[in-house]
Design a protein around this ligand. Structure first.
Ligand SMILES: Nc1ncnc2c1ncn2[C@@H]1O[C@H](COP(=O)(O)OP(=O)(O)OP(=O)(O)O)[C@@H](O)[C@H]1O
Length: 615
């Protein structure tokens, strides 16, 4: 992606650094500092210590580019040698600060309530206290010298880490899995060790790089004030301290150590910043999502509402959950996308709507909505042409806003309607989806509506525009059976009345068979069969489709026995092999099935199957 962010987080949780200008500069500077720390004393150690009575307090000369000190020692060599000591001290101070801060920050999570409050108050007070004063106070109390300075800077860094730990721990503490552990009576210390710390370790570690830059500057400051490293030892701060009185006569003697401190500080900060951005979990906005078009040879399908060719979704480190998927939907058609959990149905829907979360990569040969490439549609055009209905209507509605207001917003934003007109339209749409007393419910918040009413409201929201396509991803899964039926009826009605096309995603092949005109069966990210819905019962050809149908209970099913399932499990996106992904679970599989993937080929009217055993 050109420009953009500096890193991304693949699904596996491993941070992947993405190269960008500041990130590269940070890496280069830090690498240079590391090399300097290793080789500096070995290469220039002797020169840095060589006393030359004939060259005392000199300025720049060909032999001494940064001049000499009061014993005639070469200052360039001393700056290069001081790198190791300066970085080692900064590392020690950072580790002290990080460990002390993390312990302090986790105390509120493990201590009883009163002690926890005291710990929180202490952290707040320390954060408010000026860091340099804290460092100087600690350094003076613990004795002048490198040890005191390191301790002082460590103490100054600790409150920042404590605050970060506290905030991160509080965020994780609100997670469902922590609540579940609490409900199960897991002791606090164990919750902290098992659930909280592992989930906050990464940002804390990332913060180390920036803290290291700060420590380096802090230690240089301490030495510069005479509170840090004492002769005969020297770090960059000490060299700055020694050179400062000569700054008006021979400024180069102070410039060398100052430049070294500045470059190292900038390097660590840039690196820390790049790493922190790499770890950020923010999904990419549509225009930033890494979407690439592949060349496609086939001509566009005339009149199709949706035309998808070779759609592939990949997550770095997480495999390819959608593979070369092709799908065409005609106006007014209801197409069911069916498959087991994890087969890639939702990601297909997300890719159509440009909603694949970062750092997913979407590639396609063609992705046309209403004959236009979705990449060329503005957000407003896409929002008007496509409506998405998700499984959890409560999550799709803002709990802080009234239902009518949310619907009206669509008309205000997309259709430039006046507030009054938008509201009138919202009530009208709510009535259209058979929400009883639409005017009353428009004035209510989502939590005041039942699950079925909320899903109607979400569908009504989609109908505020004039969508050419509605993508409904498991819209009835969270609802009880009676309400499910009502919503299915409503969707059918919406399609019949508005002429919109519908892609209906479900794991329930019975529902899909009942509602849809055409069924597309997905397995491990690929379409394995596509057929008219009325041929499902008698004409399904792929062993997976047949197994899905066979696993459905009917009136003759013996309800005292477990439901017939499909033995084995679907492979994860990263485990899919070269052959047919269903082969390990298929009773008909041959050696060819494991070795080679069958293409999707025509099999009867309106039907295509990807199976070696079907001909
Ligand atoms: N953000 C993500 N990062 C990495 N992998 C993901 C991400 N979202 C989904 N996946 C993986 O992609 C695969 C397909 O997921 P998807 O949600 O599309 O399946 P699905 O068929 O809709 O299943 P379900 O019916 O459970 O929603 C799964 O293996 C899932 O783990």
């Amino acid at each position: 992606m050109p420009g953009g962010t500096t890193g991304d987080r693949p699904a596996g949780g491993r941070i992947r650094f993405r190269w960008s200008g500041p990130g590269v500069a940070g890496v280069v500077l830090v690498a240079l500092m590391a090399v300097l720390a290793v080789v500096g004393p070995l290469v220039w150690g002797d020169t840095a210590e060589r006393i030359d009575a004939a060259a005392i307090l000199q300025g720049t000369s060909p032999e001494h580019p940064l001049g000499t000190d009061n014993l005639g020692r070469d200052l360039l060599a001393r700056v290069l040698v001081a790198g190791r000591f300066s970085l080692a001290l900064a590392l020690a101070a950072t580790l002290i600060g990080a460990v002390a801060g993390t312990i302090l920050g986790t105390l509120p999570s493990v201590l009883p309530r009163r002690a926890a409050r005291l710990a929180t108050g202490t952290v707040n007070a320390l954060v408010a206290f000026p860091g340099l004063l804290l460092a100087m106070f600690t350094a003076v109390v613990s004795g002048l010298g490198a040890r005191g300075a390191v301790l002082g800077i460590g103490v100054a860094i600790a409150p920042g880490f404590a605050r970060l730990t506290q905030t991160l721990a509080a965020t994780v503490a609100g997670a469902d899995y922590v609540s579940a552990a609490r409900m199960l009576g897991v002791p606090r210390r164990r919750i902290l060790a098992r659930h909280v710390l592992p989930n906050i370790a990464e940002p804390l570690i990332l913060n180390l790089a920036q803290a290291l830059g700060g420590a380096l500057l802090g230690l240089a400051g301490m030495s510069f004030l005479g509170l840090g490293v004492q002769p005969p030892d020297f770090d960059w701060g000490r060299l700055l301290f020694d050179g400062f009185p000569r700054i008006y006569v021979t400024p180069e003697v102070a410039l060398g150590p100052a430049a070294a401190v500045a470059l190292a500080g900038i390097g660590f900060n840039l690196l820390g910043d790049a790493l922190a951005r790499a770890a950020a979990r923010t999904p990419v906005p549509r225009e930033e999502a890494r979407t690439h078009e592949k060349e496609t040879e086939s001509a566009p399908e005339p009149g199709a509402v949706l035309e998808v060719r070779d759609l592939t979704v990949t997550f770095p480190g997480g495999g390819t959950p959608v593979r070369e998927l092709s799908l065409t939907v005609a106006p007014g058609e209801i197409v069911g996308l069916v498959g087991e959990s994890g087969s890639g149905k939702s990601l297909t829907a997300a890719a159509i709507g440009g909603l694949v979360p970062y750092p997913g990569t979407v590639t396609y040969g063609r992705l046309h909505l209403g004959g236009r490439d979705v990449a060329t549609l503005s957000g407003k055009e896409l929002g008007t042409a496509l409506a998405m209905v998700f499984q959890d209507p409560l999550a799709a509605l803002n709990p802080a806003l009234k239902v009518g207001g949310q619907l009206a917003e669509v008309a205000v934003v997309h259709q430039a309607a006046s507030r009054a007109e938008a509201r009138r339209r919202a009530v009208d749409r709510l009535g259209h989806v058979h929400l009883p007393e639409p005017a009353k419910h428009a004035g209510q918040h989502p939590h005041e509506l039942s699950g079925g009413m909320r899903q109607r409201a979400v569908i009504a929201m989609g109908l505020m525009g004039t969508p050419r396509l509605v993508v409904a991803d498991e819209p009835t899964t969270a609802l009880d059976v009676t309400v499910q039926r009502q919503i299915l009826r409503l969707l059918r009605e919406v399609v019949a009345e508005t002429g919109t096309a519908l892609v209906f995603i479900s794991h329930d092949i019975a529902v899909v068979g009942e509602l849809c005109d055409r069924v597309v069966v997905m397995y491990a990210g690929r379409v394995v069969e596509e057929l008219p819905a009325d041929r499902l019962a008698t004409g399904a050809a792929h062993p997976y489709t047949r197994a899905l149908i066979a696993s459905l209970p009917d009136l003759d099913t013996d309800r005292t026995r477990p439901l017939a399932g499909i033995p084995g499990t679907q492979p994860s996106p990263a485990q899919v092999g070269p052959g047919c992904a269903f082969a390990p679970r298929c009773a008909l599989a041959t050696a060819q099935c494991t070795a080679e993937r069958p293409e999707l080929i025509p099999h009867g009217p309106g039907q295509r199957v990807a199976c070696w055993e079907v001909s």
